[in-house]
Design a protein around this ligand. Structure first.
Ligand code: PEP
Ligand code: MG
Length: 886
């Protein structure tokens, strides 16, 4: 079995086997670029090792064979006392996990070969001993778990003895002494001497890289980034090249375009006389890559040439690590580089212009999540405002407000009309009210799946989590950061996209992408590269998608905005939303009516209001379908709260007031009170229980449509019955509705469809029967998820989902992204059986999932006709529908 590949044997498509780094090193090698020779041990070997606790048979021999080939290529032997070959041993998984796993450099150095290395380096003893002490330190820490501080202490001790604080002041003798000190540390912690045998060093380092797959921080990172836990890592063994051999050596990183804006140019940093680790450690300041032209023009020109070749080869932005050893350039790594959302669009557009990719490919180079990010308002950071801390961008947006440290204070100040930012070490379910009241949430602990992050995303609220430079002191109502103290009432600004935290109020600018969608920014008349790119990519996406995109809107204004954003109709108009505010009382009167007369009066009052609402919406959606859902009010949202009412009555009684009316109301509310309102008298059930309610709505819809038709507006109403679980429910409603429609329409030439939501599991499972009575289905995946999992949609996210995410029970809230295996299966069954019964059945989805990128792909695959989502999500759904189709 082949466990080891020479760099020349692999290619970039072998990431599963060779990891990202190994596959790209192989690709560069085969392009003829100057990559130091080496080989990659496969992820398969790692998986075998992790499963059995020992290296698979044959691995040792294969490493020996590849090492021999490497030695031959380099004309040196590993650890040879006279002229040693040294190697680096680095992890490299399929998905990049920056800083999560292990690296050991300078493998092959020992008490004898250190002299050979000095000789190789023109007698540079200091360099050789520094390399040796680095090996013992890295090897001790990563391979043998010697506490890193012990080495730090020894280094500090050496500097103190020398009277300096700078590593560079230590000379060869000091470093030789340090090597002795390090060896003692090593022996103390491992009970053995530092291994002198080069091959043993190599084998132990390889094993340490395998083991690092299970390191706690790596496990945590994978969970957060949803990287599968069973992939394993590859190990890259590569001939060492040295950037720290003097001023004609150095190391750097480069990007082929600006990863922040996408602009073309030369971006990167260079550090002379240093190794890569020094750049990361930030010991000395780097210079802009352009400076290299002055320092070493030949290497600079060669680097630019290679960068251009890499771009043409990968057809994308690449990032690069390189080292120059005495004027000779070496490529240590490349990959398709990470970039901001704006850069992703701009670069995709540029690559089309350059003829490197076509528009189909451009659509794949960007994501709905990136587009969504670009639609948030942003901080205007032109006058050099520096962040004071950086955490994790846990929930996007830009928010500022007065700092508060408790939920109670957040509620209190918000009640006074203040904007507040809730600052906590971490949040828990008790903080929910404060989170609702705040503009944003800032925590010093926790990652993307912490309670704060999960709940904030659910609420669409800006959140920065895990800003660990911030020291929060709740009892003292203050936090400290970068030597400054921020007390309650001070203003801070937080950026939920970048995770950056600023002191004071940073001005916010609206998104130009939203202005473009709104139609207030003409893509032909602006030189904004981002708007150009978005325009081109979205125009193409619309041509290529199969799924239509509708919107959920309850008012003419929302409908109009969604239409500007590209909505092709309304997929859900929630009529109960039309009765919030001052009209709530009318619904209350209707629900609590005790006589036919009371009820008819309430309905008569509602009819004209409803009709006017629908006229408004039909006008805005002229020519497009509008799905109006008959009222689905969970009763508790429309009745006065029972406890409050009981208290009011008791207090009034105490005062000796006349409470006959209030008592009657209280009795009625008691009668209607439900323990589980979401499973109670709502949806179609309410329509079947309260005579005339649905009839009034059907009449209002149809009359509005006829009125519009007479005025030359093409109204296309689709009446939708909520919460149906049995075909008999739908048939009952439909029979009554059809009579009214026929009567109202007369010869006005208006067509009104009647369909149902599929949001109760039983409806999904009896979809074949239900389709006989429905012209369309719209999946209510909010309720379908609620009832499919048995999760109360209003309670669980804050109560325990954070724990479920932490445990990996699911990777994302099933209310956010469709649970394909469970709830998704219900959708699939209903779609198939519904279509089998009625081939022209129209299928859509109007739950929140209709605007979620992952879910849109699922709905495309299942063969729905459209998705419907909130107006702001419409562009995201358009783009993802195209990405699913191409
Ligand atoms: C649903 O349940 O998915 C739905 C769209 O209806 P609502 O959210 O109003 O219950
Ligand atoms: Mg519902």
């Amino acid at each position: 079995h082949k466990y080891v590949y020479d760099f020349a044997e692999g290619n970039r498509d072998l990431k599963d086997l060779l990891g990202g780094k190994g596959a790209n090193l192989a690709e560069m090698t085969n392009l003829g670029l100057p990559v130091p020779p080496g080989f990659t041990i496969t992820t398969e070997a790692c998986r075998a090792y992790l499963a059995t606790g020992r290296e698979p048979d044959g691995l040792a021999d294969q490493i020996a064979a590849h090492l021999a080939a490497l030695e031959q290529a380099m004309g040196k032997r590993l650890g040879d006392p006279a002229d040693p070959l040294l190697v680096s041993v680095r992890s490299g998984a399929k998905f990049s996990m920056p800083g999560m796993m292990e690296t050991v450099l300078n493998v092959g150095l020992n008490d004898r070969s250190v002299a050979g290395l000095a000789q190789q380096a023109d007698g540079n003893q200091r360099f050789a001993w520094d390399s040796y002490r680095r090996l013992i330190q890295m090897f001790g820490k990563t391979v043998c778990e010697v506490p890193g501080e012990e080495f730090e202490h020894a280094l500090d001790e050496a500097k103190r003895a020398k009277g300096t604080t700078n590593d560079l002041d230590l000379d060869a003798d000091d470093l030789r002494g340090l090597v002795d000190a390090y060896k003692k540390v090593f022996r103390k912690h491992t009970g053995r001497d530092f291994p002198q045998e080069p091959r043993e060093q190599l084998d132990l380092a390889v094993r340490a890289v395998f083991d690092s797959w299970h390191a706690e921080r790596a496990v945590l990172y994978r969970r957060q980034e949803r990287i599968p836990a069973d992939l394993g890592t590859a190990v890259n063994v590569c001939a060492m090249v040295f950037g720290n051999l003097g001023s004609d050596s150095g190391t750097g990183v480069a990007f082929t375009r600006d990863p922040a804006s996408g602009a073309q140019g030369i971006y990167g940093d260079y550090l002379a006389n240093a190794q890569g680790e020094d750049v990361v450690a930030g010991i000395r300041n780097t210079v802009p890559l352009q400076e290299l032209e002055r320092i070493d023009k030949r290497s600079y020109d060669e680097l630019l040439d290679i960068m251009a070749r890499l771009e043409r080869h990968y057809l994308d932005l690449c990032d690069i690590e390189f080292t120059i050893e005495r004027g000779k350039l070496w490529m240590l790594q490349t990959r398709v580089g990470k970039r901001t959302a704006a850069a992703a669009f701009v670069i995709a557009g540029q690559l089309v212009d350059e003829g490197l990719i076509d528009l189909d490919e451009a659509v794949h180079r960007v994501t709905g999540a990136q587009l969504a990010q670009l639609m948030f308002p942003r901080f205007q950071l032109d006058h050099d405002i520096q962040p004071v801390a950086k955490g994790i961008g846990a929930s996007p947006g830009a928010a500022f407000g007065k700092v508060v440290f408790t939920s109670a204070r957040a509620v209190e100040l918000a009640g006074e009309g203040e904007k507040v930012i809730l600052v906590r070490r971490e949040t828990n379910p008790d903080d929910l009210h404060g989170m609702i009241a705040a503009q944003g949430i800032l925590t010093s602990r926790g990652g993307k799946t912490s309670h704060a992050a999960v709940v904030a995303r659910g609420m669409g609220k800006t959140c920065v989590s895990g800003a660990d430079e911030i020291e929060v002191n709740v009892p003292a109502k203050r936090f400290t950061v970068a030597g400054r103290t921020v007390v309650e009432g001070d203003v801070v600004s937080i950026d939920g996209t970048t995770g950056k935290v600023y002191l004071g109020e940073v001005p916010v600018t609206p998104s130009e992408v939203v202005q473009y969608f709104e139609g207030t920014l003409d893509p032909e008349a602006t030189d904004d590269a981002l708007v150009h790119a978005v325009h081109r990519i979205m125009t193409h996406a619309d041509q290529r998608r199969r799924l239509a995109v509708r919107t959920n809107a309850d008012t003419g204004a929302d409908a109009a905005r969604a239409r500007r954003f590209g909505a092709q109709g309304i997929g859900l108009c929630r009529t109960e939303h039309m009765f919030l505010g001052d009209r709530r009382e009318l619904v209350e009167r209707l629900i609590l009516a005790r006589t036919d007369q009371e009820r008819e009066n309430a309905l008569a009052a509602l009819l004209p209001l409803q009709r006017a609402d629908f006229v408004d919406i039909f006008r805005e959606m002229d020519g497009l379908p509008v799905t109006v859902r008959l009222i689905d009010p969970p009763l508790h949202e429309f009745l006065p709260p029972l406890e409050q009412l009981a208290v009011n009555v008791a207090v009034a009684q105490e005062r000796g007031e006349d409470v006959a009316q209030e008592e009657a109301l209280l009795a009625a509310v008691r009668r209607m009170h439900e323990e589980n309102p979401m499973l109670g008298l709502r949806g179609v059930r309410l329509g079947l229980v309260i005579p005339g309610l649905f009839a009034m709505q059907v009449r209002a819809i149809t009359e509005a449509a006829v009125e519009c038709a007479r005025a030359g507006v093409a109204a296309r109403p689709e009446i939708m019955v909520p919460l149906v679980g049995a075909v008999q429910e739908l048939e009952t409603v439909r029979a009554e509705a059809e009579k009214i429609i026929a009567e109202v329409v007369g010869d006005a030439g208006v067509e009104v469809l009647i369909g149902t939501m599929i949001e109760v599991p039983r409806a999904a499972l009896t979809a074949g029967q239900i389709a006989e009575a429905a012209q369309f289905f719209s999946f209510g995946t909010n309720d379908l998820t609620q009832m499919g999992w048995g999760f109360s949609r209003d309670d669980v996210e804050g109560a325990f989902f954070w724990r479920y995410l932490e445990l990996g029970i699911f990777g994302i809230s099933p209310f956010e992204s469709i649970d394909r295996d469970g709830v998704g299966r219900l959708v699939r069954i209903a779609a198939e059986e519904g279509r089998a019964a009625r081939p022209d059945l129209k299928l859509g989805v109007c739950g929140e999932h209709g605007g979620d990128p992952e879910s849109v792909h699922f709905f495309h695959d299942v063969g729905l006709d459209y998705v419907s989502c909130s107006p702001f999500r419409v562009p995201v759904a358009r783009l993802e529908a195209a990405r699913a189709a191409i």
